[in-house]
Design a protein around this ligand. Structure first.
Ligand SMILES: Nc1ncnc2c1ncn2[C@@H]1O[C@H](COP(=O)(O)OP(=O)(O)OP(=O)(O)O)[C@@H](O)[C@H]1O
Ligand SMILES: [Mg+2]
Length: 337
């Protein structure tokens, strides 16, 4: 999925605003002089198949505007949106309809369930729109309800469920569509911290099996680093940094990004694979996976000087020492002085 130089200006005099932006004016200047609101300014990003790509930014930074370009709920003022080899902006109405039914599914922040329908009918809804016959859609819906842990609630209505359960219905509905791409706009933001953390873990577990391309929006940096393979940071409609969680934690591009980074529990988010020594392959008594966190390995240093690191296939790929781990945990002092 590629967004190329996407600019979105809200208002009826976008030409004038676009010309100002192109000559280097800021979002604020454009708004003051023309009354037009810059939603996105020259945003380019590329999402790889099978990754969880997170877009993070404060309220009003343009996150919803960005994700809505992917399923063309919004047309850009300029730029291109390319998904699975199609130019989304050149689709006819029929092509767009087919694209929305079979290639992208969306999970909304406020769940977006149909209040008078039961859980199973909500989950089956997209399949019904797509024209699947009743037996097939109910069977598929029941399977996804079971997968998200809501077995037994098929006949309940949304108002009889907790927020976390309702969002599981929203997730099951999107997953039932069996699309390669899942769009999630602040899907977990309305949930209590514990429920939210459970949903994040469930999404990661599901992703290990499903390998979808997930475009995930959040304003919570901790959520971004927990679930993102890569993260893009938006500020005032502009992308200020794109990278892995560690790229962003170790090298925040500017003070906007380092303000987010400061509050992060580094021990929990920095993975040993990002800091290990790849040349140290001598046998070690203890071994951990490369996606283990520093927090996970710290206790092992009570008994070992070096810990071997293996990849998900069990192949040895490097080693970490206590010195490396402690160095990574303390690195933010560089940012502070
Ligand atoms: N339909 C619209 N008409 C005019 N301006 C809009 C419209 N939609 C969004 N905007 C403006 O575009 C900017 C980005 O809004 P957007 O909703 O994308 O932000 P967001 O990052 O999703 O924020 P939040 O975290 O609050 O959901 C804001 O300045 C907003 O006022
Ligand atoms: Mg939003």
């Amino acid at each position: 999925m590629d967004l190329r130089r996407v600019t979105k200006i809200f208002g009826d005099r976008s030409d004038m605003a676009l010309a100002m932006l192109n000559s280097g004016a800021s979002k604020m200047e454009v708004q003051q002089k023309t009354g037009q609101v810059v939603g996105l300014n020259d945003v380019s990003l590329s999402v790889e198949r099978g990754e969880i790509f997170v877009v993070m930014g404060l309220s009003g930074s343009g996150k919803s505007t960005l994700i809505r370009h992917v399923n063309r709920l919004i047309d850009p003022t300029s730029g291109e949106v390319l998904v699975n080899g199609h130019d989304v902006l050149k689709m006819s109405l029929d092509e767009l309809r087919a694209y929305r039914r079979s290639e992208v599914a969306m999970v909304f922040q406020n769940f977006g369930l149909l209040p008078h329908r039961t859980v199973i009918d909500n989950v089956a809804y997209g399949l019904e729109v797509r024209g699947a016959e009743k037996g097939e859609r109910l069977e598929t819906a029941a399977r996804w309800i079971e997968t998200v842990g809501l077995g037994g609630y098929e006949k309940s209505r949304p108002h009889e469920l907790s927020g976390g359960q309702q969002q599981r219905v929203g997730l099951a509905r999107a997953l039932a569509m069996d699309t390669g791409i899942l769009l999630m706009d602040e899907a977990f933001s309305a949930l209590d911290p514990l429920i939210r953390s459970g949903m994040q873990e469930q999404l990661l577990d599901l992703q290990n099996k499903l390998h979808k391309t997930i475009f995930f929006i959040t304003h919570d940096f901790n959520e971004a680093i927990k679930i993102g393979d890569r993260i893009a940071v938006l500020n005032d409609g502009e992308l200020v940094q794109t990278g892995t969680p560690e790229d962003i934690i170790f090298n925040p591009a500017d003070s906007y990004v380092s303000d987010f980074v400061r509050d992060v529990n580094r021990a929990r988010v920095i993975r040993v694979g990002a800091i290990m020594d790849r040349n140290q392959l001598a046998p070690c008594q203890a071994e951990v996976q490369e996606n283990s966190s520093c927090e996970d390995v710290l206790p092992l240093f009570a008994r070992h000087d070096w810990i071997g690191v293996v990849n998900d296939k069990g192949k040895r790929v490097g080693s970490v020492s206590a010195k490396q781990v402690i160095g990574a945990l303390g690195a933010h002092h560089k940012l502070l002085d």
